[in-house]
Write a protein that binds this ligand. Sequence first.
Ligand SMILES: [Zn+2]
Length: 301
Amino acid sequence: MPSNAIIDLITALWLGFIGACIGSFLNVVAYRMPLGMSVIWKPSHCPKCNHAIRPYDNVPIFGWLWLKGKCRDCGEPISPRYAIVEFVMGLAFFVLAYAELFSGGANLPGGPITEFTGAVNNFLVPNWPLIGVYAYHCTLLCLLMIIVLVDIDGYRVPLKIVFFGVLLAVICSSNWSYLYPHRDRAAKFGIALSDSHADALLGILASLPGLLVYAFMLISRKKQPFSHVPLNYGVALGLTGIMLGHWAGWLTFLFGGSATAIIVRLNKHRNESSVLRMVSSVWLGTFGIILFWRPIVGLFP
Ligand SMILES: [Zn+2]
């Protein structure tokens, strides 16, 4: 009988592998959606020679490594970005499994939602509210990753992604209020936030500063070529707000926004790479806030 620590590790590695596979899918979505291509109906193929990718070369991260970053058919280099996205998503699912799922929700602002810890008690014997919180947060990180990739490629965030995120938040806040764990915490301060709808709606408000940046860019559009970055940034903040609730929404803007401001300030020439980090900072900020939600909330009296 293996020890609980080993079962935890195997389960986390398995969830990490699922995350890497989803990361592989996100690469495809981010590449095809802005071009109006079907996301599901056409199997993966080399963008240069159009040969279908063999199933054994399509294994996340490792496929790229054993092909040494080159297409098996035409030898053209394949961007390391595919493997990096798979690795980042795999790592996020892995880390969050320990920090959220196996800890019984110890990272959540109201504290753990169960006294049980470990993969056996919370995942293999399903604790649905906890698995729901984990899946909800993983989904948010996936949606944000699509926006990051689309943004790097210089496109506007696809409307389908926005609709999907908002619809998901409406359904989830209507049916499973435990997906908005800050409500209980807010009640302790006498804030009437018993409703998860209210939390989700206030979360959207938290993206307003980001949208103001967008409006400002629109006004000054005449002087410079219009960029999709402010819109993508505002949408990424809005999605975080509506899916995590008002508190996390503001925090993301605060931490992600100030990190971006510092980077842009340090980089005197506002080149592509400095602007690019604007949406990436929302992904990193959101991931950080999910991981350290409780200690961060504890900093505020
Ligand atoms: Zn090829």
